[in-house]
Write a protein that binds this ligand. Structure first.
Ligand code: NOJ
Length: 506
């Protein structure tokens, strides 16, 4: 009831602006996104090798909230034609998905390519192209080959070569048809959550150096894949290669100068660590953050900074090495220099940033405890990035809202969230942000990492108790479809029935 009231209030405020005049350009790419481990299943079928999520969920199941895993997930490996039918129902221009490294290279190294893996992705891509749906392919969405993890994974500098070899296999096999490649999804979640903490596989919890070692090797691996594409594939394939970074908004909690500095450090730690070396004109890690880590390291008795630096040659190699900036945006926090601090390990990445975080109660909450609807957060983040990095081409490669698994199909809060995002996107376009597309997370419910199947992000609900993994559109699916089709946000629209059809042209 409360949600319905909010929904009609939102309708009252905005319909006149969006319905008439403020439209998304016809060539703006609307899509949805997923990732291999979260949807594919078939974890050991047809020659696929083990990755770190297979390994962790099988050997250490209690780290997952409902002790589940991605062994079957939404079974997209077998249901991919239905997935494409859903894309057609929604009228999508594009679909972002990731390739499973060990489905293609079972051991992680490029000496042995799995033909069944290549065939699966060929079938998938060809079926999408039949319906004019543009594939956006992520090479690495968190599913490190277990064999490479045993050699250190992203903590080993040789990783950069293993990744380049894997990228070559992808470009060679799919680059004739795939024109948009994303090397890594969310370096911060990979490096901080996986290496610097125990919040994602491989739960290394190396708080002092894990995040930073990974950051350097990841950025370097990205640059190697980019240059490989640029030198050996771009001329014949004519596509693009970029990276996706999670950019949530961190504003100062007060107008004080200290809080402004704290919010800036937080931005540098959360995303600047990965974006600055690639997108800034000076290159390398962000200055203030590097300085702070160096000072803390010295005070803590380390012989050198816990943050490894780049050589001048490496800086030059990495700077500018991306055709676009993929942004995953979800939420915001307000940052304080002195207040709201929680105990953190010392030394650690969190202690290095040393800021407090505040979330106002009035921001609507999703099922995920970190996810709030913060006013204008997408707009704030993108306009900040535009100024900071000289307005590169942007794609929003993820944005979405979670509900609990028993919520069902009437997801009014998700509708409110998506409409708010659309308003931000329109404002960004008005302000000249070079934004070319938007991918909603997610096409369907899937394995939400440590939260298992408790939190659901899908426009389509998936019945995980049904062996067929039946997919059913939620209300938000109809609303998103309406936006994609008409290219504006109609606040009065809600579906009359819940029957989904494929419209003409798709
Ligand atoms: C970003 C990640 O890329 C995706 O895998 C995850 O499911 C969503 N955030 C929601 O948490």
């Amino acid at each position: 009831m409360k949600l319905l009231v909010i929904l009609s209030l939102a309708a009252a405020c905005h319909c006149s602006t969006s319905k008439h005049g403020r439209r998304f350009p016809d060539d703006f790419l609307f899509g949805t996104a997923t990732a291999a481990y979260q949807v594919e299943g078939a974890w050991n079928k047809d020659g696929k090798g083990e990755n770190i999520w297979d390994h962790m969920t099988h050997t250490n199941p209690t780290v997952i909230r409902d002790q589940s895993n991605g062994d079957i997930a939404a079974d997209s490996y077998h249901n991919y034609k239905r997935d494409i039918e859903m894309m057609r129902e929604l009228g999508l221009d594009a679909y972002r998905f990731s390739m499973s490294w060990t489905r293609i290279l079972p051991s992680g190294m490029a000496n042995e390519v799995n033909p069944a893996g290549i065939e699966f992705y060929n079938n998938f891509i060809n079926e999408m192209l039949k319906y004019n749906i543009t594939p956006l392919v992520t090479l690495y969405h968190w599913d490190m080959p277990q064999k490479l993890q045993e050699l250190g994974g992203l903590a080993n500098p040789l990783f950069t070569g293993w990744f380049e070899d894997y990228a070559r296999v992808i470009f060679e096999n799919f680059g004739d048809r795939v024109k948009m490649f994303i090397t890594f999804n969310e370096p911060r979640e990979i490096c901080y959550q996986g290496y610097g903490a125990d919040l994602k596989a491989p739960i290394l919890n190396s708080t002092a150096v894990g995040t930073y070692l990974c950051a350097k090797n990841l950025v370097m691996a990205h640059a190697r894949a980019y240059h490989l594409y640029d030198k050996e594939f771009r001329a014949t394939q004519g596509g693009q290669c970029g990276i996706t970074i999670s950019v949530n908004w961190f504003g100062p909690v007060t107008d004080s100068a200290e809080d402004a500095v704290a919010a800036e450090i937080k931005k540098q730690g959360e995303w600047g660590l990965y974006a600055h070396p690639i997108f800034s004109s000076e290159g390398g890690f962000p200055k203030e953050l590097s300085q702070r880590i160096a000072e803390k390291s010295a005070a803590q008795g380390y012989r050198r900074s816990r943050l490894p630096e780049f050589s001048e040659e490496e800086k030059a190699f990495i700077r500018g090495a991306s055709d676009f900036f993929g942004v995953n945006h979800y939420t915001a926090k307000l940052i304080s220099a002195t207040k709201f601090k929680k105990p953190v390990p010392v030394p650690s990445f969190l202690d290095d940033m040393d800021v407090g975080e505040f979330i106002p109660d009035r921001w609507m909450s999703a099922a995920s405890e970190w996810l709030k609807l913060a006013p204008n957060s997408l707009y704030n983040a993108l306009t900040y990035l535009k100024e900071k990095y000289n307005n590169p081409v942007f794609y929003i490669t993820e944005n979405g809202w979670s509900t609990f698994k028993d919520r069902g199909l009437h997801d009014y809060d998700r509708i409110i969230y998506y409409r708010a995002s659309m308003e931000s996107v329109l404002k960004c376009l008005d302000d000249g942000v070079n934004l070319k597309g938007y991918m909603a997370w997610s096409l369907m419910d899937n394995f939400e990492w440590m939260q298992g199947y408790v939190e659901r992000f899908g426009l389509y609900q998936v019945d995980f108790s049904d062996p067929a993994r039946t997919r059913t559109p939620r209300k938000s699916a109809f609303v998103y479809k309406h936006i994609v089709k008409h290219r504006y946000v109609d606040y009065e629209y809600l579906p009359e029935s819940m029957t989904m059809t494929i419209d003409d042209g798709h």
